[in-house]
Design a protein around this ligand. Structure first.
Ligand code: ADP
Length: 356
């Protein structure tokens, strides 16, 4: 405690004592005056000057004693009820300020002042929130660094190989393509991170307009024509006509692109991908089904988390951000997304969005 605080505390103690003194003086004087006038009445005579002087002296001593007793009681009360909880709360918040989010106020003294319990609860909740945010932040940094390392290492390797003096044209093209692919993956990841960040920070305001959902789904699916032809994947569609929705078409196309991209990515040559659009009075329901590798219940429980990839060997390209983006968009649209899948049997994503 610094010198200024000490002086302030001393002044506050003196002023407290002075308040008690005045209070005790007033109460005791009133009592004694009442007592003297009652005594005069019952004795039937006036008190002499000496008797009144003696009574005044006794009153003064009483006042001083009573105010000292009251000041001491108040001091003890403050120590127990105010200073201890204040100290505990101050120490906890100072630890939080210095970055220790593990601190929790567990044994708040039973001060009787409910306010302190509530402050302690709020401090504990704040520490919970902050440590959650901190974990997300450190996980995020670790994930981004990890995901960046692979394409960067690939680029570095191909760059070194390209420096060989007697390289034939075919090899040179192959290495250059390796660098281009790796940098494209890096740039895709950065774009996804930025999109997710903007969606999470609510920097994107949905532009709601009415449009035909079936048309949008077909357009989105057609973008993958070269992929399904290359992998010889069969396409089945069952699209109800004239299903219009009021939504942000750009955001929704992000959803379909990711779902189709995954369906084609995780389906082996010769498999199939089906698209179904149906509607109820208030909702449009889109189902994207594939006959791909499927996923276990354990994987299914995490797929909407940022950077989560079911295949830890990373043999299939991706960065685990696609479905996190999808989920965020669906949440913004106040829709629902669910997944049904079994290992080896394929996967079905079902999206339900409000029509208006
Ligand atoms: P990425 O595809 O880039 O890895 P996503 O967020 O799109 O990231 O998907 C997360 C994980 O969900 C994938 O790594 C995969 O394990 C699983 N997954 C998503 N879609 C499918 C699918 N159609 N079939 C099987 N697994 C899937």
């Amino acid at each position: 405690m610094n010198k200024g605080n000490k002086t302030r505390n001393a002044l506050s103690t003196i002023s407290n004592f002075f308040v008690f003194f005045l209070l005790a003086a007033f109460v005791t004087t009133c009592c004694i005056m009442l007592f003297i006038s009652a005594l005069q009445g019952s004795l039937g005579r006036e008190f002499t000057r000496e008797e009144i002087t003696l009574a005044a002296k006794i009153t003064l001593v009483n006042v001083i004693l009573i105010s000292i007793v009251m000041a001491v009681i108040d001091y003890i009360r403050r120590k127990i009820m105010v200073e201890r909880p204040t100290k505990i709360i101050t120490e906890a918040t100072e630890k939080i300020m210095s970055g220790d989010f593990s601190v929790r106020i567990a044994d708040m003294p039973r001060s009787g002042a409910e306010g302190f319990d509530r402050i302690a609860e709020a401090v504990n909740r704040m520490a919970d929130e902050l440590s959650g945010v901190e974990t997300l932040r450190t996980d995020f940094i670790a994930n981004v660094s990890h995901e960046m390392k692979t394409p960067l290492a690939v680029m570095q390797n191909y760059g070194t190989l390209l420096q060989a003096p007697d390289l034939d044209d075919q090899k040179r093209m192959e290495y250059a393509k390796g660098i281009t692919d790796a940098s494209r993956r890096l740039s895709e990841m950065m774009t996804n991170i930025l999109k997710l960040n903007r969606l999470e920070n609510q920097q994107i305001f949905p532009e709601i307009k009415r449009f035909d959902l079936g048309e949008q789904l077909c357009e989105s699916l057609l973008q993958f024509e070269s992929v399904w032809e290359k992998k010889n994947i069969e396409i089945y569609t069952d699209i109800a006509e004239n299903i219009e929705v009021e939504a942000d078409s750009e955001l929704l196309s992000l959803v379909w692109n990711n779902l189709f991209s995954n369906a084609f990515k995780f389906t082996n040559d010769g498999g199939s991908v089906s698209l179904r659009l149906s509607a109820t009075e208030h909702h449009a329901i889109v189902e994207v089904k594939d006959t791909g590798c499927g996923m276990s219940a354990e994987v299914g429980a995490h797929i909407f988390e940022k950077f989560y990839q079911g295949d830890t060997s990373h043999s299939v390209q991706g960065n685990g951000l696609g479905l996190a983006l999808v989920k965020r968009v669906i949440d913004i649209m106040r829709g629902e997304i669910s997944v049904e899948s079994a290992v080896g049997a394929g996967t079905t994503f079902k999206v339900k969005i409000r029509r208006s």
